[in-house]
Design a protein around this ligand. Sequence first.
Ligand code: IRN
Ligand code: FE2
Length: 625
Amino acid sequence: MSQKTEKQPAPPSITREPLTGSRKIYVPGQLHNIRVAMREILVSDTVSHLNGPEIRTANAPVTVYDTSGPYTDPAVPIDLQKGLPRLRESWIRERNDVEELPDFSSDYCRQRMSDTRLDSLRFEHIRKPLRAKPGQNVTQLHYARQGIITPEMEYIAIRENQRIDAIRGADPLKEQHPGNSFGANTPKGFITPEFVRQEVAAGRAIIPSNINHPESEPMIIGRNFLVKINTNIGNSVVTSSIEEEVEKAVWSCRWGGDTLMDLSTGKHIHETREWIIRNCPVPVGTVPIYQALEKVNGKAEDLTWALFRDTLIEQAEQGVDYFTIHAGVRLRYIPLTAKRVTGIVSRGGSILAKWCLAHHRENFLYTHFEEICEIMKAYDVAFSLGDGLRPGSIADANDAAQFAELETLGELTKIAWKHDVQVMIEGPGHVPMHLIKENMEKQLQHCDEAPFYTLGPLTTDIAPGYDHITSAIGAAMIGWYGTAMLCYVTPKEHLGLPNKKDVKDGVITYKIAAHAADLAKGHPGAQYRDNALSKARFEFRWEDQFNLSLDPDTARSFHDETLPAEGAKIAHFCSMCGPHFCSMKITQDVRAYAEQQGLAEADVLDKAMETKAKEFVEQGAQIYQ
Ligand code: IRN
Ligand code: FE2
Protein backbone atom coordinates (compact mmCIF):
# COMPACT_ATOMS: atom_id res chain seq x y z
CA MET A 1 0.00 0.00 0.00
CA SER A 2 1.20 3.51 -0.67
CA GLN A 3 1.90 5.57 2.39
CA LYS A 4 0.52 8.96 1.44
CA THR A 5 1.99 11.17 4.08
CA GLU A 6 2.09 14.32 1.92
CA LYS A 7 -1.03 16.41 1.78
CA GLN A 8 -2.51 17.59 -1.49
CA PRO A 9 -1.67 21.31 -1.80
CA ALA A 10 -4.69 23.40 -0.87
CA PRO A 11 -6.16 25.28 -3.83
CA PRO A 12 -4.56 28.72 -3.85
CA SER A 13 -6.75 31.78 -4.07
CA ILE A 14 -6.52 32.78 -7.69
CA THR A 15 -8.06 36.04 -8.89
CA ARG A 16 -9.93 35.17 -12.05
CA GLU A 17 -11.87 38.22 -13.12
CA PRO A 18 -10.33 40.43 -15.82
CA LEU A 19 -8.82 43.76 -14.79
CA THR A 20 -11.62 46.30 -14.43
CA GLY A 21 -12.96 47.69 -17.68
CA SER A 22 -11.11 45.04 -19.69
CA ARG A 23 -11.97 41.93 -21.59
CA LYS A 24 -9.96 39.22 -23.25
CA ILE A 25 -10.00 39.18 -27.04
CA TYR A 26 -8.36 36.79 -29.50
CA VAL A 27 -6.75 38.04 -32.69
CA PRO A 28 -6.45 35.43 -35.48
CA GLY A 29 -3.19 34.84 -37.32
CA GLN A 30 -2.75 35.08 -41.08
CA LEU A 31 -0.02 32.52 -41.66
CA HIS A 32 -0.95 29.99 -39.01
CA ASN A 33 -4.12 28.81 -37.38
CA ILE A 34 -3.53 30.71 -34.14
CA ARG A 35 -5.48 33.02 -31.83
CA VAL A 36 -3.47 35.62 -30.01
CA ALA A 37 -4.74 36.60 -26.59
CA MET A 38 -4.87 40.35 -26.01
CA ARG A 39 -6.53 42.62 -23.49
CA GLU A 40 -9.02 45.17 -24.68
CA ILE A 41 -9.68 48.15 -22.42
CA LEU A 42 -13.11 49.59 -23.07
CA VAL A 43 -13.47 53.34 -22.85
CA SER A 44 -16.48 55.63 -22.76
CA ASP A 45 -17.47 58.42 -25.15
CA THR A 46 -16.17 61.92 -25.01
CA VAL A 47 -19.05 64.16 -24.04
CA SER A 48 -18.92 67.85 -24.79
CA HIS A 49 -21.63 70.43 -24.37
CA LEU A 50 -20.03 73.62 -25.46
CA ASN A 51 -22.74 76.17 -26.03
CA GLY A 52 -25.53 73.85 -26.85
CA PRO A 53 -26.69 70.27 -27.02
CA GLU A 54 -24.53 67.45 -25.76
CA ILE A 55 -22.21 65.98 -28.40
CA ARG A 56 -20.93 62.43 -27.95
CA THR A 57 -17.85 61.19 -29.76
CA ALA A 58 -16.86 57.54 -29.47
CA ASN A 59 -13.34 56.64 -28.31
CA ALA A 60 -11.77 53.46 -29.68
CA PRO A 61 -11.04 50.69 -27.19
CA VAL A 62 -7.35 50.30 -26.37
CA THR A 63 -5.75 46.93 -27.04
CA VAL A 64 -2.77 46.06 -24.89
CA TYR A 65 -0.25 43.27 -24.47
CA ASP A 66 -1.62 40.66 -22.10
CA THR A 67 0.53 38.38 -19.95
CA SER A 68 -2.28 37.17 -17.68
CA GLY A 69 -2.99 33.97 -19.59
CA PRO A 70 -6.29 32.04 -19.55
CA TYR A 71 -6.90 33.13 -15.95
CA THR A 72 -8.55 36.37 -17.07
CA ASP A 73 -10.82 34.67 -19.59
CA PRO A 74 -13.89 33.57 -17.62
CA ALA A 75 -14.80 31.21 -20.48
CA VAL A 76 -11.75 28.99 -19.89
CA PRO A 77 -12.15 26.47 -17.08
CA ILE A 78 -9.09 26.34 -14.82
CA ASP A 79 -8.08 23.26 -12.89
CA LEU A 80 -4.75 23.75 -11.13
CA GLN A 81 -4.44 20.01 -10.57
CA LYS A 82 -4.50 19.43 -14.33
CA GLY A 83 -2.61 22.49 -15.50
CA LEU A 84 -3.44 25.07 -18.18
CA PRO A 85 -4.62 24.22 -21.72
CA ARG A 86 -1.62 23.25 -23.87
CA LEU A 87 -1.70 26.03 -26.42
CA ARG A 88 1.49 25.05 -28.29
CA GLU A 89 1.26 21.29 -28.19
CA SER A 90 -0.04 20.80 -31.73
CA TRP A 91 2.42 23.35 -33.14
CA ILE A 92 5.28 21.43 -31.57
CA ARG A 93 4.12 18.00 -32.68
CA GLU A 94 3.25 19.11 -36.21
CA ARG A 95 6.88 20.03 -36.81
CA ASN A 96 7.61 16.32 -36.75
CA ASP A 97 10.99 16.67 -35.12
CA VAL A 98 10.15 15.56 -31.57
CA GLU A 99 9.46 12.22 -29.98
CA GLU A 100 7.52 11.29 -26.90
CA LEU A 101 9.76 9.50 -24.43
CA PRO A 102 8.40 6.46 -22.61
CA ASP A 103 9.89 7.75 -19.38
CA PHE A 104 11.77 10.72 -17.94
CA SER A 105 15.45 10.42 -18.77
CA SER A 106 17.09 11.86 -15.66
CA ASP A 107 18.15 9.43 -12.94
CA TYR A 108 16.64 11.77 -10.41
CA CYS A 109 13.13 11.60 -11.95
CA ARG A 110 13.22 7.87 -12.35
CA GLN A 111 14.04 7.47 -8.68
CA ARG A 112 11.38 9.93 -7.65
CA MET A 113 8.71 8.24 -9.74
CA SER A 114 8.87 5.23 -7.49
CA ASP A 115 8.33 7.33 -4.39
CA THR A 116 4.59 6.95 -3.81
CA ARG A 117 4.56 9.52 -1.01
CA LEU A 118 4.90 12.18 -3.68
CA ASP A 119 1.98 11.00 -5.85
CA SER A 120 -0.38 13.74 -4.89
CA LEU A 121 2.24 16.42 -5.45
CA ARG A 122 3.21 15.62 -9.01
CA PHE A 123 1.99 15.90 -12.54
CA GLU A 124 4.30 13.46 -14.24
CA HIS A 125 1.68 10.77 -14.34
CA ILE A 126 -0.45 12.85 -16.69
CA ARG A 127 2.19 13.59 -19.32
CA LYS A 128 5.14 12.12 -21.12
CA PRO A 129 8.23 14.23 -21.79
CA LEU A 130 9.14 15.30 -25.31
CA ARG A 131 12.62 15.48 -26.74
CA ALA A 132 14.09 16.21 -30.18
CA LYS A 133 14.38 13.13 -32.36
CA PRO A 134 18.01 12.02 -32.64
CA GLY A 135 19.99 14.47 -34.73
CA GLN A 136 17.24 17.11 -34.70
CA ASN A 137 17.51 20.62 -33.33
CA VAL A 138 14.21 22.08 -32.10
CA THR A 139 15.21 25.64 -31.19
CA GLN A 140 13.42 28.69 -32.54
CA LEU A 141 16.87 29.97 -33.56
CA HIS A 142 17.37 26.88 -35.68
CA TYR A 143 14.03 27.37 -37.45
CA ALA A 144 14.65 31.10 -37.89
CA ARG A 145 18.01 30.50 -39.52
CA GLN A 146 16.35 28.15 -41.98
CA GLY A 147 13.90 30.84 -42.96
CA ILE A 148 10.94 29.23 -41.18
CA ILE A 149 8.34 31.49 -39.60
CA THR A 150 6.93 29.42 -36.76
CA PRO A 151 3.47 29.92 -35.20
CA GLU A 152 5.35 31.21 -32.15
CA MET A 153 6.89 33.98 -34.29
CA GLU A 154 3.56 35.02 -35.76
CA TYR A 155 1.94 34.99 -32.31
CA ILE A 156 4.66 37.33 -31.08
CA ALA A 157 4.39 39.70 -34.03
CA ILE A 158 0.67 40.16 -33.41
CA ARG A 159 0.87 40.73 -29.68
CA GLU A 160 3.90 43.01 -29.88
CA ASN A 161 2.06 45.58 -31.97
CA GLN A 162 -0.51 46.09 -29.25
CA ARG A 163 -2.69 48.14 -31.58
CA ILE A 164 -4.53 45.68 -33.73
CA ASP A 165 -5.89 48.39 -36.01
CA ALA A 166 -2.30 49.14 -36.98
CA ILE A 167 -1.63 45.67 -38.26
CA ARG A 168 -4.89 44.82 -39.94
CA GLY A 169 -4.25 44.26 -43.61
CA ALA A 170 -0.48 44.32 -43.20
CA ASP A 171 1.63 41.90 -45.22
CA PRO A 172 3.03 39.46 -42.62
CA LEU A 173 5.91 38.50 -44.84
CA LYS A 174 7.17 42.00 -45.27
CA GLU A 175 10.17 43.06 -43.32
CA GLN A 176 9.22 45.99 -41.11
CA HIS A 177 11.43 47.65 -38.63
CA PRO A 178 10.00 49.84 -35.92
CA GLY A 179 11.47 53.25 -36.59
CA ASN A 180 11.93 56.04 -34.11
CA SER A 181 10.05 59.19 -33.17
CA PHE A 182 6.55 57.98 -33.65
CA GLY A 183 4.07 60.78 -33.40
CA ALA A 184 0.90 60.65 -31.38
CA ASN A 185 -1.42 57.90 -32.60
CA THR A 186 0.45 57.46 -35.85
CA PRO A 187 2.73 54.46 -35.78
CA LYS A 188 5.00 54.47 -38.80
CA GLY A 189 5.96 50.85 -38.56
CA PHE A 190 4.76 47.63 -37.09
CA ILE A 191 6.23 44.31 -36.25
CA THR A 192 5.73 41.55 -38.80
CA PRO A 193 6.34 37.81 -38.38
CA GLU A 194 9.20 38.12 -40.85
CA PHE A 195 10.79 40.81 -38.72
CA VAL A 196 10.53 38.53 -35.69
CA ARG A 197 12.21 35.73 -37.62
CA GLN A 198 15.07 37.95 -38.71
CA GLU A 199 15.75 39.23 -35.21
CA VAL A 200 15.81 35.69 -33.83
CA ALA A 201 18.03 34.46 -36.67
CA ALA A 202 20.48 37.29 -35.96
CA GLY A 203 20.63 36.31 -32.28
CA ARG A 204 19.33 39.78 -31.35
CA ALA A 205 16.19 38.29 -29.81
CA ILE A 206 15.15 35.02 -28.19
CA ILE A 207 11.87 33.17 -27.82
CA PRO A 208 12.12 31.06 -24.64
CA SER A 209 9.91 28.10 -25.51
CA ASN A 210 10.75 24.68 -24.16
CA ILE A 211 8.83 21.97 -26.04
CA ASN A 212 7.80 20.63 -22.62
CA HIS A 213 6.10 23.87 -21.64
CA PRO A 214 3.28 24.00 -24.22
CA GLU A 215 1.10 25.96 -21.77
CA SER A 216 3.23 29.06 -22.32
CA GLU A 217 2.12 31.86 -24.66
CA PRO A 218 4.99 32.81 -27.00
CA MET A 219 6.91 35.98 -26.16
CA ILE A 220 10.14 37.55 -27.33
CA ILE A 221 13.10 39.17 -25.60
CA GLY A 222 15.10 41.54 -27.78
CA ARG A 223 15.86 45.21 -27.93
CA ASN A 224 13.73 45.91 -31.00
CA PHE A 225 10.65 44.71 -29.16
CA LEU A 226 8.74 45.82 -26.07
CA VAL A 227 11.02 45.82 -23.03
CA LYS A 228 10.11 42.81 -20.90
CA ILE A 229 10.19 42.24 -17.17
CA ASN A 230 11.06 39.11 -15.25
CA THR A 231 9.77 38.35 -11.79
CA ASN A 232 11.40 36.03 -9.29
CA ILE A 233 9.48 33.83 -6.92
CA GLY A 234 10.34 30.67 -5.04
CA ASN A 235 10.44 29.30 -1.56
CA SER A 236 13.41 28.93 0.73
CA VAL A 237 14.02 26.54 3.57
CA VAL A 238 12.49 29.00 5.99
CA THR A 239 9.27 30.10 4.32
CA SER A 240 6.44 29.45 1.92
CA SER A 241 4.59 26.47 0.44
CA ILE A 242 3.77 25.16 -3.03
CA GLU A 243 0.34 26.77 -3.06
CA GLU A 244 1.72 30.15 -2.06
CA GLU A 245 4.24 30.01 -4.88
CA VAL A 246 1.60 29.05 -7.49
CA GLU A 247 -0.55 31.89 -6.25
CA LYS A 248 2.36 34.32 -6.57
CA ALA A 249 3.14 33.05 -10.09
CA VAL A 250 -0.42 33.66 -11.33
CA TRP A 251 -0.46 37.02 -9.54
CA SER A 252 2.79 38.11 -11.18
CA CYS A 253 1.38 37.30 -14.66
CA ARG A 254 -1.84 39.14 -13.86
CA TRP A 255 -0.01 42.42 -13.29
CA GLY A 256 2.32 42.13 -16.25
CA GLY A 257 5.26 39.82 -15.49
CA ASP A 258 6.54 38.63 -18.89
CA THR A 259 8.65 35.76 -17.58
CA LEU A 260 8.94 34.11 -14.21
CA MET A 261 11.90 32.58 -12.46
CA ASP A 262 11.39 29.91 -9.86
CA LEU A 263 14.31 30.31 -7.49
CA SER A 264 13.09 27.78 -4.94
CA THR A 265 15.75 26.37 -2.68
CA GLY A 266 13.57 24.86 0.05
CA LYS A 267 11.48 21.74 0.42
CA HIS A 268 10.03 19.99 -2.66
CA ILE A 269 11.94 21.99 -5.27
CA HIS A 270 10.93 19.63 -8.06
CA GLU A 271 7.25 19.51 -7.14
CA THR A 272 6.96 23.27 -6.61
CA ARG A 273 8.44 23.82 -10.05
CA GLU A 274 6.12 21.27 -11.65
CA TRP A 275 3.06 23.01 -10.21
CA ILE A 276 4.32 26.39 -11.34
CA ILE A 277 5.20 25.30 -14.88
CA ARG A 278 1.93 23.45 -15.47
CA ASN A 279 -0.02 26.52 -14.40
CA CYS A 280 2.17 29.25 -15.86
CA PRO A 281 1.22 31.05 -19.11
CA VAL A 282 4.63 32.75 -19.43
CA PRO A 283 8.11 31.26 -19.88
CA VAL A 284 9.71 29.91 -16.71
CA GLY A 285 13.40 30.22 -15.89
CA THR A 286 15.51 28.60 -13.19
CA VAL A 287 19.04 28.52 -11.85
CA PRO A 288 19.72 24.75 -11.97
CA ILE A 289 22.82 25.00 -9.78
CA TYR A 290 20.53 25.77 -6.82
CA GLN A 291 18.83 22.39 -7.04
CA ALA A 292 22.12 20.66 -7.77
CA LEU A 293 23.46 22.15 -4.54
CA GLU A 294 20.43 20.81 -2.64
CA LYS A 295 21.19 17.35 -3.99
CA VAL A 296 24.65 17.48 -2.37
CA ASN A 297 23.21 18.85 0.87
CA GLY A 298 24.58 22.32 0.36
CA LYS A 299 28.22 21.29 0.00
CA ALA A 300 29.43 23.14 -3.10
CA GLU A 301 32.68 21.16 -3.27
CA ASP A 302 30.67 17.93 -3.73
CA LEU A 303 29.07 19.13 -6.97
CA THR A 304 29.97 17.15 -10.06
CA TRP A 305 29.37 17.56 -13.74
CA ALA A 306 27.40 14.29 -13.84
CA LEU A 307 25.02 15.44 -11.12
CA PHE A 308 24.61 18.86 -12.70
CA ARG A 309 23.96 17.32 -16.12
CA ASP A 310 21.25 15.11 -14.65
CA THR A 311 19.64 18.18 -13.07
CA LEU A 312 19.61 19.98 -16.41
CA ILE A 313 17.85 17.05 -18.07
CA GLU A 314 15.38 16.75 -15.20
CA GLN A 315 14.43 20.41 -15.49
CA ALA A 316 14.46 20.44 -19.31
CA GLU A 317 11.94 17.59 -19.30
CA GLN A 318 9.76 19.45 -16.83
CA GLY A 319 9.60 22.37 -19.25
CA VAL A 320 11.91 25.08 -17.93
CA ASP A 321 12.29 27.61 -20.74
CA TYR A 322 15.62 29.18 -19.81
CA PHE A 323 18.48 28.31 -17.53
CA THR A 324 20.77 30.71 -15.74
CA ILE A 325 24.20 29.17 -16.25
CA HIS A 326 27.08 30.86 -14.45
CA ALA A 327 29.73 29.59 -16.86
CA GLY A 328 31.61 32.89 -16.92
CA VAL A 329 32.88 32.60 -13.35
CA ARG A 330 36.35 31.44 -14.34
CA LEU A 331 38.92 30.34 -11.79
CA ARG A 332 41.32 33.13 -12.69
CA TYR A 333 38.71 35.87 -12.19
CA ILE A 334 37.96 35.00 -8.58
CA PRO A 335 41.01 36.82 -7.13
CA LEU A 336 39.75 39.97 -8.88
CA THR A 337 36.89 40.08 -6.35
CA ALA A 338 39.15 39.92 -3.29
CA LYS A 339 39.27 43.65 -2.66
CA ARG A 340 35.60 44.30 -3.34
CA VAL A 341 33.39 45.87 -0.70
CA THR A 342 30.74 43.19 -1.17
CA GLY A 343 32.67 40.33 -2.79
CA ILE A 344 30.55 37.93 -4.84
CA VAL A 345 26.83 38.59 -4.30
CA SER A 346 25.40 36.22 -6.91
CA ARG A 347 24.15 33.04 -5.26
CA GLY A 348 25.10 30.91 -8.28
CA GLY A 349 28.36 32.80 -8.70
CA SER A 350 29.42 32.17 -5.12
CA ILE A 351 28.57 28.44 -5.34
CA LEU A 352 30.76 28.08 -8.42
CA ALA A 353 33.55 30.20 -6.98
CA LYS A 354 33.58 27.92 -3.96
CA TRP A 355 33.77 24.82 -6.15
CA CYS A 356 36.59 26.30 -8.27
CA LEU A 357 38.63 27.22 -5.19
CA ALA A 358 38.00 23.94 -3.39
CA HIS A 359 39.25 21.90 -6.36
CA HIS A 360 41.53 24.53 -7.80
CA ARG A 361 40.06 23.72 -11.17
CA GLU A 362 38.28 25.58 -13.94
CA ASN A 363 34.50 26.00 -13.55
CA PHE A 364 32.87 22.80 -14.84
CA LEU A 365 30.13 24.79 -16.54
CA TYR A 366 32.80 26.46 -18.64
CA THR A 367 34.65 23.27 -19.47
CA HIS A 368 31.44 21.36 -20.33
CA PHE A 369 29.74 24.18 -22.16
CA GLU A 370 29.35 22.38 -25.50
CA GLU A 371 27.71 19.43 -23.76
CA ILE A 372 25.27 21.83 -22.12
CA CYS A 373 24.45 23.17 -25.59
CA GLU A 374 23.62 19.64 -26.74
CA ILE A 375 21.00 19.36 -24.00
CA MET A 376 19.60 22.85 -24.62
CA LYS A 377 18.93 22.20 -28.31
CA ALA A 378 17.12 18.93 -27.68
CA TYR A 379 14.36 20.76 -25.76
CA ASP A 380 14.83 24.39 -26.83
CA VAL A 381 15.95 25.71 -23.50
CA ALA A 382 17.55 29.15 -23.85
CA PHE A 383 20.68 30.24 -22.06
CA SER A 384 20.59 33.12 -19.63
CA LEU A 385 24.33 33.41 -19.15
CA GLY A 386 24.65 34.32 -15.48
CA ASP A 387 26.54 37.31 -14.15
CA GLY A 388 28.10 35.52 -11.21
CA LEU A 389 30.57 38.35 -10.73
CA ARG A 390 28.12 41.26 -10.90
CA PRO A 391 28.77 44.15 -8.51
CA GLY A 392 26.76 44.03 -5.30
CA SER A 393 27.42 47.59 -4.26
CA ILE A 394 27.97 51.01 -5.79
CA ALA A 395 31.65 50.79 -4.79
CA ASP A 396 32.18 47.64 -6.87
CA ALA A 397 30.40 48.77 -10.06
CA ASN A 398 32.12 48.28 -13.43
CA ASP A 399 35.22 46.68 -11.95
CA ALA A 400 37.71 44.31 -13.54
CA ALA A 401 36.01 41.15 -12.30
CA GLN A 402 32.64 42.17 -13.74
CA PHE A 403 33.97 43.07 -17.18
CA ALA A 404 36.31 40.08 -17.37
CA GLU A 405 33.29 37.83 -16.89
CA LEU A 406 31.32 39.76 -19.53
CA GLU A 407 34.02 39.05 -22.10
CA THR A 408 33.80 35.36 -21.32
CA LEU A 409 30.01 35.49 -21.71
CA GLY A 410 30.63 36.90 -25.19
CA GLU A 411 32.91 33.99 -26.02
CA LEU A 412 30.28 31.49 -24.77
CA THR A 413 27.54 33.23 -26.79
CA LYS A 414 29.37 32.37 -29.98
CA ILE A 415 29.65 28.72 -28.95
CA ALA A 416 25.92 28.54 -28.19
CA TRP A 417 25.10 30.15 -31.53
CA LYS A 418 27.24 27.57 -33.29
CA HIS A 419 24.76 25.03 -31.90
CA ASP A 420 21.75 27.21 -32.80
CA VAL A 421 20.97 27.60 -29.11
CA GLN A 422 19.29 30.85 -28.01
CA VAL A 423 21.18 33.12 -25.62
CA MET A 424 20.63 36.17 -23.46
CA ILE A 425 23.19 37.73 -21.13
CA GLU A 426 22.61 38.63 -17.49
CA GLY A 427 23.85 41.98 -16.22
CA PRO A 428 24.18 43.96 -13.00
CA GLY A 429 23.44 44.60 -10.17
CA HIS A 430 24.38 47.79 -8.31
CA VAL A 431 25.56 50.59 -10.64
CA PRO A 432 25.36 54.38 -10.15
CA MET A 433 23.66 56.26 -12.97
CA HIS A 434 26.82 57.66 -14.54
CA LEU A 435 28.27 54.16 -14.97
CA ILE A 436 25.20 52.51 -16.49
CA LYS A 437 25.73 53.37 -20.15
CA GLU A 438 29.14 51.73 -20.22
CA ASN A 439 27.51 48.44 -19.22
CA MET A 440 25.23 48.46 -22.23
CA GLU A 441 27.98 49.50 -24.62
CA LYS A 442 30.36 46.79 -23.43
CA GLN A 443 27.63 44.16 -23.51
CA LEU A 444 26.73 44.97 -27.14
CA GLN A 445 30.38 44.95 -28.09
CA HIS A 446 31.42 41.70 -26.38
CA CYS A 447 28.25 39.69 -26.85
CA ASP A 448 27.45 40.59 -30.46
CA GLU A 449 24.04 42.06 -29.68
CA ALA A 450 22.65 39.02 -27.83
CA PRO A 451 19.81 40.39 -25.64
CA PHE A 452 20.82 41.89 -22.31
CA TYR A 453 18.84 41.03 -19.17
CA THR A 454 19.72 43.07 -16.10
CA LEU A 455 18.90 43.01 -12.41
CA GLY A 456 17.85 46.63 -11.97
CA PRO A 457 20.54 48.01 -11.66
CA LEU A 458 20.18 49.66 -8.27
CA THR A 459 21.47 53.20 -8.49
CA THR A 460 22.22 53.66 -4.80
CA ASP A 461 22.71 51.43 -1.77
CA ILE A 462 21.11 53.62 0.88
CA ALA A 463 17.44 52.68 0.67
CA PRO A 464 16.68 49.14 1.83
CA GLY A 465 12.90 48.82 1.90
CA TYR A 466 12.71 50.91 -1.29
CA ASP A 467 15.00 49.00 -3.61
CA HIS A 468 12.22 48.55 -6.14
CA ILE A 469 12.63 52.31 -6.63
CA THR A 470 16.45 52.57 -6.45
CA SER A 471 16.58 49.85 -9.08
CA ALA A 472 13.72 51.00 -11.33
CA ILE A 473 15.66 54.21 -11.94
CA GLY A 474 18.58 52.18 -13.26
CA ALA A 475 16.27 49.77 -15.07
CA ALA A 476 14.53 52.58 -16.97
CA MET A 477 17.90 53.99 -18.04
CA ILE A 478 19.43 50.72 -19.16
CA GLY A 479 16.16 49.74 -20.87
CA TRP A 480 16.30 52.95 -22.85
CA TYR A 481 19.92 52.21 -23.84
CA GLY A 482 18.87 48.81 -25.16
CA THR A 483 18.43 46.22 -22.41
CA ALA A 484 15.76 43.77 -23.54
CA MET A 485 14.53 42.44 -20.21
CA LEU A 486 14.55 43.89 -16.71
CA CYS A 487 14.65 41.57 -13.73
CA TYR A 488 12.38 43.09 -11.11
CA VAL A 489 13.47 43.96 -7.61
CA THR A 490 10.84 44.07 -4.88
CA PRO A 491 10.69 46.31 -1.80
CA LYS A 492 11.89 43.25 0.18
CA GLU A 493 15.22 43.06 -1.70
CA HIS A 494 18.11 42.52 0.75
CA LEU A 495 15.56 42.04 3.57
CA GLY A 496 13.42 38.96 3.02
CA LEU A 497 11.35 36.79 0.70
CA PRO A 498 8.70 38.84 -1.17
CA ASN A 499 5.04 38.20 -0.36
CA LYS A 500 2.12 38.69 -2.73
CA LYS A 501 1.97 42.45 -2.18
CA ASP A 502 5.69 42.81 -2.79
CA VAL A 503 5.35 40.84 -6.02
CA LYS A 504 2.68 43.26 -7.27
CA ASP A 505 4.65 46.33 -6.18
CA GLY A 506 7.74 44.99 -7.93
CA VAL A 507 5.82 44.17 -11.13
CA ILE A 508 4.08 47.55 -11.39
CA THR A 509 7.31 49.41 -10.63
CA TYR A 510 9.09 47.48 -13.37
CA LYS A 511 6.24 47.93 -15.85
CA ILE A 512 6.76 51.65 -15.38
CA ALA A 513 10.50 51.36 -16.05
CA ALA A 514 9.93 49.14 -19.10
CA HIS A 515 7.20 51.32 -20.57
CA ALA A 516 9.20 54.50 -20.00
CA ALA A 517 12.00 52.85 -21.98
CA ASP A 518 9.58 51.77 -24.74
CA LEU A 519 8.42 55.36 -25.13
CA ALA A 520 11.96 56.70 -25.24
CA LYS A 521 12.97 54.08 -27.80
CA GLY A 522 9.96 54.87 -29.97
CA HIS A 523 8.29 51.45 -29.96
CA PRO A 524 5.41 51.91 -32.42
CA GLY A 525 2.70 50.67 -30.08
CA ALA A 526 3.83 52.29 -26.85
CA GLN A 527 2.57 55.86 -26.78
CA TYR A 528 -0.94 55.07 -27.87
CA ARG A 529 -1.93 54.08 -24.36
CA ASP A 530 -0.40 57.21 -22.81
CA ASN A 531 -2.36 59.32 -25.26
CA ALA A 532 -5.58 57.51 -24.50
CA LEU A 533 -5.07 57.91 -20.76
CA SER A 534 -4.12 61.58 -21.04
CA LYS A 535 -7.20 62.28 -23.13
CA ALA A 536 -9.38 60.54 -20.56
CA ARG A 537 -7.73 62.56 -17.80
CA PHE A 538 -8.24 65.84 -19.62
CA GLU A 539 -11.88 65.01 -20.27
CA PHE A 540 -12.52 63.95 -16.67
CA ARG A 541 -13.44 60.43 -17.71
CA TRP A 542 -12.29 59.09 -14.34
CA GLU A 543 -13.26 55.46 -14.86
CA ASP A 544 -11.36 55.41 -18.16
CA GLN A 545 -8.35 56.95 -16.47
CA PHE A 546 -8.35 54.20 -13.86
CA ASN A 547 -8.93 51.39 -16.33
CA LEU A 548 -6.23 52.52 -18.75
CA SER A 549 -3.66 52.60 -15.96
CA LEU A 550 -1.21 49.87 -15.01
CA ASP A 551 -2.98 49.34 -11.70
CA PRO A 552 -6.64 50.35 -11.93
CA ASP A 553 -7.41 49.09 -8.42
CA THR A 554 -4.91 51.40 -6.72
CA ALA A 555 -5.76 54.39 -8.92
CA ARG A 556 -9.45 53.99 -8.10
CA SER A 557 -8.93 53.51 -4.38
CA PHE A 558 -6.62 56.54 -4.11
CA HIS A 559 -9.21 58.66 -5.83
CA ASP A 560 -12.01 57.31 -3.67
CA GLU A 561 -10.12 57.98 -0.45
CA THR A 562 -11.14 61.62 -0.67
CA LEU A 563 -14.03 61.62 -3.15
CA PRO A 564 -15.84 58.31 -2.75
CA ALA A 565 -19.19 59.46 -4.17
CA GLU A 566 -20.20 58.02 -7.55
CA GLY A 567 -20.83 61.56 -8.78
CA ALA A 568 -17.16 62.41 -8.31
CA LYS A 569 -16.34 59.99 -11.13
CA ILE A 570 -17.71 62.51 -13.59
CA ALA A 571 -16.71 65.61 -11.67
CA HIS A 572 -14.40 68.00 -13.45
CA PHE A 573 -11.87 68.08 -10.61
CA CYS A 574 -10.28 65.89 -7.97
CA SER A 575 -9.28 66.52 -4.37
CA MET A 576 -5.73 67.45 -5.35
CA CYS A 577 -6.62 71.00 -6.39
CA GLY A 578 -10.33 71.22 -5.70
CA PRO A 579 -12.91 72.64 -8.09
CA HIS A 580 -11.42 76.11 -8.56
CA PHE A 581 -7.76 75.35 -9.14
CA CYS A 582 -7.93 72.50 -11.62
CA SER A 583 -5.61 73.48 -14.46
CA MET A 584 -7.36 71.11 -16.84
CA LYS A 585 -10.73 72.61 -16.01
CA ILE A 586 -9.35 76.11 -16.57
CA THR A 587 -7.87 75.10 -19.94
CA GLN A 588 -11.20 73.68 -20.98
CA ASP A 589 -12.84 76.95 -19.97
CA VAL A 590 -10.30 78.84 -22.06
CA ARG A 591 -11.09 76.65 -25.03
CA ALA A 592 -14.83 77.07 -24.55
CA TYR A 593 -14.42 80.83 -24.35
CA ALA A 594 -12.30 80.82 -27.50
CA GLU A 595 -14.92 78.87 -29.36
CA GLN A 596 -17.65 81.18 -28.18
CA GLN A 597 -15.72 84.26 -29.24
CA GLY A 598 -14.62 82.65 -32.50
CA LEU A 599 -11.00 83.22 -31.51
CA ALA A 600 -8.00 80.97 -31.79
CA GLU A 601 -6.85 79.52 -28.47
CA ALA A 602 -3.52 81.33 -28.76
CA ASP A 603 -5.26 84.68 -29.13
CA VAL A 604 -7.34 84.05 -26.04
CA LEU A 605 -4.26 83.13 -24.11
CA ASP A 606 -2.52 86.29 -25.34
CA LYS A 607 -5.47 88.38 -24.29
CA ALA A 608 -5.77 86.66 -20.95
CA MET A 609 -2.06 87.07 -20.33
CA GLU A 610 -2.25 90.74 -21.12
CA THR A 611 -5.01 91.27 -18.57
CA LYS A 612 -3.22 89.15 -16.00
CA ALA A 613 0.04 91.02 -16.58
CA LYS A 614 -1.71 94.32 -16.04
CA GLU A 615 -3.31 93.08 -12.81
CA PHE A 616 0.03 91.72 -11.67
CA VAL A 617 1.90 94.92 -12.26
CA GLU A 618 -0.76 96.88 -10.44
CA GLN A 619 -0.76 94.50 -7.48
CA GLY A 620 3.03 94.13 -7.56
CA ALA A 621 3.42 97.85 -7.43
CA GLN A 622 1.51 97.79 -4.19
CA ILE A 623 3.24 94.76 -2.71
CA TYR A 624 6.82 95.80 -3.31
CA GLN A 625 6.52 99.43 -2.57
C1 IRN B 1 19.26 38.87 -13.68
C2 IRN B 1 20.35 39.56 -14.13
N1 IRN B 1 21.37 39.26 -13.35
C3 IRN B 1 20.94 38.39 -12.41
N2 IRN B 1 19.65 38.16 -12.63
C4 IRN B 1 18.77 37.27 -11.85
O1 IRN B 1 19.13 37.20 -10.50
C5 IRN B 1 18.87 35.84 -12.29
O2 IRN B 1 18.17 35.64 -13.51
C6 IRN B 1 18.22 35.14 -11.13
O3 IRN B 1 16.83 35.23 -11.26
C7 IRN B 1 18.62 35.99 -9.93
C8 IRN B 1 19.60 35.35 -9.00
O4 IRN B 1 20.78 35.05 -9.64
P1 IRN B 1 22.15 34.70 -8.88
O5 IRN B 1 22.18 35.45 -7.61
O6 IRN B 1 22.21 33.22 -8.65
O7 IRN B 1 23.22 35.12 -9.86
FE1 FE2 C 1 21.96 43.67 -3.95
